[in-house]
Design a protein around this ligand. Structure first.
Ligand SMILES: [Zn+2]
Length: 138
């Protein structure tokens, strides 16, 4: 499967935050590819959250195509909500619109996703299939 190798390591990071810039520089320096899961509805510096006593900002959408060049972009839903707490139509919109936005922004097929907060159920998995998401991780 992987050129006869038995094991593989993958790196994936969520939310498209400013800290990704240093991470991408490091991965590029070592020629390592990573996956970045983005919330297309929140890619603006004004959108932020607090992680302990550190304020974490999302990046503006402009320039992200260039920043993440050579890495995989995957979905993380439009607005980072717990999908198990939403009705079916809202889950569909969260996934489908994020996938569409990212495909437009990055000019590529989006096939992967990370569940916001890592939560999912059977209904969510069925909706992902309808949206043509081929894999998802928590
Ligand atoms: Zn997240």
């Amino acid at each position: 499967m992987w050129d006869g190798k038995q094991k593989a390591v993958t790196f994936s990071y969520d939310d498209g935050v400013c800290q990704d810039r240093r991470l991408v520089d490091m991965f590029n320096y070592y020629h390592v590819k990573a996956t970045f899961n983005l919330n297309s509805g929140m890619q603006t510096y004004a959108s932020h959250y607090d992680f302990g006593n550190v304020r974490v900002h999302h990046m503006n959408a402009e320039g992200l195509k260039e920043l993440y060049k050579g890495h995989e972009i995957a979905a993380h839903t439009l607005t980072h909500q717990d999908l198990t707490k939403l009705d079916k139509d809202t889950v569909y919109n969260e996934v489908y619109l994020d996938k569409q936005n990212l495909e437009r922004m990055f000019d590529c097929q989006i096939t992967g996703m990370a569940y916001p907060y890592g939560t999912y159920n059977d209904e969510v998995v069925q909706i992902l299939k309808k949206c043509k998401i081929q894999y998802a991780r928590s």
